[in-house]
Ligand binder design. Structure first.
Ligand code: SF4
Length: 367
């Protein structure tokens, strides 16, 4: 690949010898390994690490930074699993349990179309009262409101549940969903793949291996997906390096991941006893390492709503090329105590990007 001056990396600025070797690999387009990931996840030389991440970011995305104009649709908070990591779920019969009717969903989407959304992002709990028809009809009705709306719907955990309850295979299920209007998958539920960590934060959720298997089928069905990682709880850098390695491995096989999305965990209102608060260095190291390690995934999302606007903006120079979307009606992360407002205006998102010296580009998950 020929590189313009703007894409060049001044390796002389990197004084840390181990980061220097990583920079040389990256320049030669040699994939870094898990030992390199451990170095990057623990270094205090974050400016030097940022030079490498920014080089990869500009090689893939130039100065473009993406944002979306979307709505979140959280259709129910009733969930059979009640994962310790979750502040959002409720038991059926709880005073604040809810399940939206199809009419209510249609009404919300119609309302959001009024302020110009391009995309509907749908996730919810595993609610035994809901049959497959409800989900198929949900997608159809959204498309009837506005056929151009791009639908990004349901995590691998939800698809696994729908398949088990309906008796359909995962490939059959994806065919039915695509036929009803599904565009892409949001990539949630990955958490941390390591079984020891997963057994404590989400013991009843599908395993990491099953999550990857469902995503493999989504990619085979022609669906592009995100991949997420929940950090800032009980994981250590080794668990993060392992998580990244398994995502990169599946990407080498399928090429179906469009975007990687690290999600900092918010402990408030969850059953997980975590006293850790990620530091600014932790966040920067994780995003920059993900950008460098996942050389085969085009986009890295740093959600302003999770990171806060200020850190999300800084991350645009540490590998991030997508700051997330307006998220009208977002409920999940705010249930866990995120302090950001639950909706951003398009103007505000563009200003965050422009102010960081990047070019804002309005996009959907189809980019
Ligand atoms: S994280 Fe998802 S699967 Fe787990 S309890 Fe919450 S809604 Fe249910």
């Amino acid at each position: 690949m020929s590189l313009s001056v703007a894409h060049a990396m001044n390796i002389d600025l990197i004084h840390n010898p181990t980061l220097g070797r990583i920079a040389e690999k990256v320049q030669a387009e040699t994939p870094v390994d898990e030992n390199d990931a451990m170095t990057m996840l623990t270094t205090t030389d974050i400016v030097e690490l940022g030079l490498i991440a920014d080089y990869v970011r500009r090689r893939v995305n130039g100065a473009k930074a993406y944002y979306g104009v979307n709505m979140n649709l959280n259709y129910t908070n009733v969930c059979e699993l009640r994962c310790p990591l979750c502040a959002y779920s409720r038991d059926e019969g709880d005073a604040d349990a809810f399940t939206l009717s199809l009419d209510e969903i249609e009404e919300r989407v119609r309302h959001a179309v009024g302020f110009g959304i391009d995309e509907v992002h749908i996730v919810g709990g595993l609610n035994p009262a809901l049959q497959l028809d409800y989900f198929i009809e949900m997608l159809r009705r959204i498309k009837r409101v506005k056929p151009e709306l791009y639908i990004v719907a349901f995590t691998a955990t939800e698809y696994d549940y729908f398949a088990r309850r309906s008796g359909m295979s995962i490939p059959e299920l994806f065919r039915a969903m695509i036929d009803a209007g599904l565009g892409a998958l949001p990539g949630g539920g990955a958490e941390i793949f390591d079984p020891g960590v997963r057994g404590r934060i989400a013991p009843r959720k599908i395993s990491g291996a099953r999550w990857l298997a469902v995503m493999r089928e989504a990619h085979r069905a022609g669906l592009k997906t995100n991949a997420t990682m929940l950090y800032n709880h009980i994981e250590n850098p080794g668990h993060i390096a392992d998580h990244l390695a398994r995502i990169r491995e599946l990407q080498n096989e399928t090429g179906g991941f469009k975007t990687f999305v690290p999600l900092p965990f918010h402990a408030e209102n969850t059953a997980l006893a975590v006293e850790k608060q990620s530091t600014g260095f932790d966040d920067v190291r994780i995003y920059a390492t993900a950008r460098i390690f996942l050389h085969n995934i085009p986009h890295l999302k740093g959600l302003w709503m999770y990171l806060g606007e200020k850190l999300a903006q800084v991350m645009l120079h540490f590998g991030v090329d997508d700051i997330g979307a307006t998220y009208h009606y977002e409920k999940v992360v705010h249930a866990a105590g995120a302090m950001t407002e639950d909706v951003g205006s398009e103007e505000r998102l563009r200003r965050i990007i422009e102010n960081a010296g990047m070019t804002p580009v309005r996009a959907t998950a189809a980019y």
